[in-house]
Design a protein around this ligand. Sequence first.
Ligand code: 5GP
Ligand code: MN
Length: 314
Amino acid sequence: MIRSNDLAGVKSIAIGGHVRPDGDCVCSVMALYHYLKKEIPEAQIDVYLEEPPVVFQILEDIEVIKSEFNTDACYDAFFALDCNEERLGDAQPIFARAKRRINIDHHISNMGCGSEWVVEPEKSSTAELLYEMMDHSLVDEEIAKAIYLGIAHDTGVFRFSNTSPRTMEIAAELLKFGFDFSALIEETYYEKTYLQSQIMGRAILGSVRFMDNRCIVSMVSRRMMEFYCVGPKDLDGIVNQLQGIKGVDCAIFMYETGTLEYKVSMRSNGTVDVSKIAVKFGGGGHVRAAGCMMNGTYHDNINNLSQEIATQLK
Ligand code: 5GP
Ligand code: MN
């Protein structure tokens, strides 16, 4: 699907990923960009993605990403990575117009979309899946870096249960390219600005535990974000921090995106299937990490989510 023999006649390619792109999404898009440049050098390749978090400027050629989607271009092939069609945001019409609409993803909640798809939920990340689809003789340092970093982000640096023996083998193969993996992970995953750390502290201080302390929830309002001069991209890592608290089976974090509108992130240690809950509310994800958008007051949203959790814990 990403090899030249399968892309005969394809002269123009677009690559896109989901709204609010995370590490796996940004890195997968960039890895495929670099790969297709080598696999089909004569093709024109455009990348459509919402502006990635600044830390990903560490990736070569990240500036090729177009975050303005007003085009009526019709591409021979559009690769939608790490999501289904609905989560492409404003790139959705460009996808819909493409002659071949190719979907590559690892989310269990994605049934596949477009004219052809590969969705493999057992893969740690879309980056890992892409690597398995590549001709490895074409993989160079830039591709290796992007794949490695995508995997590292979606596995919580090889820590989450989606890390398989094969994930580690791939990481080992990629490390042979000799890039500074330690700096890549430190600067894109662990390092937080002072303000990001402050809002994380604030979110943890304001958290509330319920259901015998097995669940925890916290929320950041637009007013709080204004006070700390931060945006949604600065809230990464808060939900994982909540999930890491001893005794917690399920963590919920939400931030206000508009009037009575919240972006919800959920994490679980496996006791609760948060993907099922997210799907109920129009979102998706994995068993242990999922998300959705919710309308209503903060308290109504918690009530609705906790009912679903309670049903599963029964
Ligand atoms: P996060 O909580 O970090 O935003 O996302 C956790 C996981 O759930 C990721 O794999 C992400 O792609 C997925 N996810 C988050 N929000 C949504 C959503 O609104 N819809 C869908 N389909 N998946 C989501
Ligand atoms: Mn993702």
